[in-house]
Design a protein. Structure first.
Length: 318
């Protein structure tokens, strides 16, 4: 019988890094490098208030490069802080990638992250204790960019103000995220999201008190459904093809991949079908079950597709 060695910590992070690397490679095929570099600069200069789709602002390739670079930064920061991979690693990396397609760029995340670092340094604690809060808190990065577009102020004042606001956000996030738990008593799973919402409300209110308002806009890319579906399906297919046989005694890596595949929304049916017939066949492999991994005893781990029934029926997970 073949012996399989446990996956090392380094291999886990390398495996997770394949996802952003894949999208970066795809981005290089979708857009020439001569357009990607100016596109990245365009993303940095463009106001990021909702809805600003980076696919339309800088191009699909540029957006994938931007998101991939930021996700790799997230993954390997966690690695070099000597932290173990866990659910927060997967969640923060995926959120970093997703929101880097509209709002986060290579410039506007640093002030908040440095504010979190200053908080950990002030309290003489290791950055690893608050790094995930920092990554989640970069959801407020568009505020940094937006302050730079207060047109009636000199550039130097705008720069100093945006950096100061970013540092204050990063410094306030860790204690606020810790204490909002007492407000919702565990009924919200998004402590940092709740905290970020409170901070955003305060910042917007302060700006409005000075007569600075932000109008919503809609920059939204359309017509890329088939291309994006093909790109995402390759990721899911590759993830489902990874053989894992006793690589971890507790099979935690297999569970991570399972959750990642489920969270990705494995397959979307765009046509109507008989829901009762699907439910009746849900335990049959041809109805949408995939062989994700194999346990030590060679039994298979199967996962259901996420089935979207359409606008009238609403989404149904089987």
């Amino acid at each position: 019988m073949t012996n399989f060695h446990p996956i090392t910590r380094l291999q886990k992070f390398r495996l997770l890094s394949l996802i952003p690397l894949y999208f970066m490679i795809v981005g290089l095929f979708l857009q020439p490098i001569t357009e990607i570099l100016p596109g990245l600069w365009t993303l940095i200069k463009e106001p990021d208030f909702l809805i600003t789709d980076y696919f339309l602002v800088g191009g699909i390739g540029t957006s994938f490069i931007n998101a991939g670079l930021l996700t790799l930064l997230c993954i390997w920061t966690i690695y070099f802080l000597d932290m173990e991979m866990d659910g927060h690693t997967i969640t923060s990396s995926c959120l970093m990638f997703g929101f880097s397609l509209f709002g986060k760029n290579l410039l506007n995340i640093w002030a908040i992250l440095f504010g979190v670092y200053l908080y950990s340094h002030y309290h003489k604690t290791h950055l690893s204790r608050y790094v995930y809060i920092g990554f989640y808190g970069t959801s407020l990065s568009p505020i940094i960019t937006q302050i730079m577009y207060i047109s009636h102020l000199p550039y130097a004042i705008r720069l100093i103000t945006s950096l100061a606001v970013g540092l204050m956000i990063g410094f306030v996030l860790p204690p606020l995220s810790t204490h909002v738990h007492y407000a919702h008593k565990g009924y919200s799973l998004y402590n940092v999201g709740f905290s970020a919402g409170i901070i955003a409300t305060v910042v917007v209110s302060v700006l409005k008190s000075f007569g600075i308002t932000t109008e919503s806009r809609l920059i939204w890319s359309e017509g890329n459904n088939q291309l994006l579906f093909a790109i995402l399906w390759i990721v899911v297919y590759c993830a489902a093809s990874i053989p894992i046989r006793g690589s971890l005694g507790d099979e935690s890596l297999a569970m991570v991949i399972e959750l990642a595949v489920i969270a990705a929304g494995i397959l979307v049916f765009v046509k109507k079908f008989n829901l009762e017939e699907v439910i009746a066949k849900r335990n049959q492999k041809q109805c949408g079950f995939i062989d994700l991994a194999q346990k030590v005893d060679s039994s298979q781990v199967r996962l259901p597709y996420m089935i979207v029934c359409g606008a009238e029926d609403g989404p149904v997970l089987l």
